[in-house]
Design a binder for this molecule. Structure first.
Ligand code: NAD
Length: 367
């Protein structure tokens, strides 16, 4: 059904990406044929946004399968491979990409922790990404997740469906005047801080090795040290990228420094949290609740319907077993606005690289 959708006629007059389709109309692969992009991990919900940005100078080939060494062959003859967060572009996969004669990897997501950038550069493969598509989408979701676990929406939803209108066990707390710790104050962290301080009247503190000037000048926000944030926050929300320096930022030691009954929200990357330590923190009641849109070993499960299988990951199963933990499957980005923005920027990136133009979203190799 995916390839059927990819062949749907596109009416450029109805397209929200009209200016973009025009730009793309100048884009053809060097031989004069349309630029061919092979998509991996394609989902129905995103195909529509891409097809609305399409014209006859570009050809899309959608595949549901993940990008891995054994599936690279599906992209043979393409000008670019389009991939997402859980497609693994490791050294072995990249070697196959190079052998298939493909020189461009277009990530249709922000984080690039799934791509061996050093190897890609060694092999002469250009990697582009969509650094920002809708920080509001993720920020709004993070705040929704916060309310869900604090006010126990997930419990009342299930309870009322069974005609159980009891309020026992649903006691929450106000966000107003609570201290919220924002770790990572970039595009998303800034928005979360603003919603919570200006909207809810919370006291918002933040930690980031790089100061965001917009927030620094906000009287309703205070930068603190990492340890002070851990010690003071009633709710901690993570918005830093996954880097070698941020892997397991939340671990047994840092959890020990947190307030009793702290709430943790992670809509950033699973690898920021040592999940086993999180389980221990929940068991000991150091954490009173957690909202997780990401999980460090999510690639095996997320973005797929696994309802007919048994979860083999004992840590994930344990986390799913807590009734004060709310887990979603990497959904925070999923709004109409974000998908349109992702499609536009991805095609803009491919267009620029194929035509040898400057592309601001080319990723550099790490030093
Ligand atoms: P951004 O680059 O604008 O901001 C990230 C911030 O983290 C920067 O200010 C950076 O200085 C800071 N940072 C770096 N190292 C840090 C550290 N050790 N401690 C604290 N802060 C540190 O990125 P963004 O657009 O705000 O996105 C943040 C993250 O959200 C992305 O890296 C991505 O992993 C995640 N994300 C998740 C979803 C989703 O659907 N769940 C969608 C988009 C992005």
């Amino acid at each position: 059904s995916l390839s059927r959708i990819s062949r749907l006629p596109i009416s450029s007059t109805q397209s929200p990406c009209l200016h973009f389709a025009r730009a793309l109309s100048r884009s053809t692969a060097p031989s004069g044929r349309p630029t061919k992009i092979t998509f991996f991990s394609s989902k129905e919900y995103e195909i529509d946004s891409f097809n609305r940005c399409k014209n006859d100078k570009v050809e899309f080939d959608y595949h549901e399968t993940k990008l891995q060494p054994s599936t690279v062959a599906l992209a043979k003859g393409s000008d670019a491979i389009c991939l997402v967060v859980n497609d693994k572009a490791d050294a072995e996969t990249l070697k196959k990409v190079k052998e298939a004669g493909i020189k461009l990897l277009a990530l249709r997501c922000a984080g690039a922790d799934n791509v061996d950038l050093k190897k890609a550069h060694e092999l002469g493969i250009t990697v582009v990404s969509v650094p920002q598509y809708s920080p509001d989408a993720v920020a709004e979701f993070a705040v929704g997740m916060m309310l869900t676990v604090i006010r126990k929406f997930h419990k009342s939803y299930n309870r009322v469906r069974e005609n159980n209108f009891s309020l026992e066990g649903l006691l929450g707390f106000n966000i107003k005047e609570r201290t919220i710790g924002v770790i990572g104050t970039g595009a998303i962290g800034l928005r979360v801080a603003r919603i919570l301080s200006h909207g809810f009247g919370a006291k918002v503190i933040g930690y980031d090795p790089f100061i965001n000037e917009e927030l620094k000048n906000d009287p309703k926000f205070t930068y603190v040290s990492f340890d002070d944030l851990l010690a003071q926050a009633d709710i901690i929300t993570l918005h830093s990228p996954l880097l070698p320096s941020t892997k397991h930022l939340i671990n047994g030691e840092t959890i020990a420094k947190m307030k009793e009954g702290v709430v943790l929200i992670n809509t950033s990357r699973g690898g920021l949290v040592d999940s086993k330590a999180l389980v221990e923190g929940l068991k000991s009641k150091k954490l009173s609740a957690a909202g997780l849109d990401v999980y460090e070993k999510e690639a095996r499960y997320f973005f797929q319907d696994k309802s007919q299988s048994v979860i083999q990951d004992d840590v994930l199963a344990r986390l799913l077993g807590f009734n004060n933990v709310f887990i979603s499957g990497h959904q925070a980005f999923l709004t109409k606005e974000a998908l349109t923005s992702i499609a536009k920027t991805t095609l803009d990136n491919v267009n620029a690289v194929v035509n040898g133009e400057d592309c601001p979203n080319v990723l550099k190799a790490p030093k």
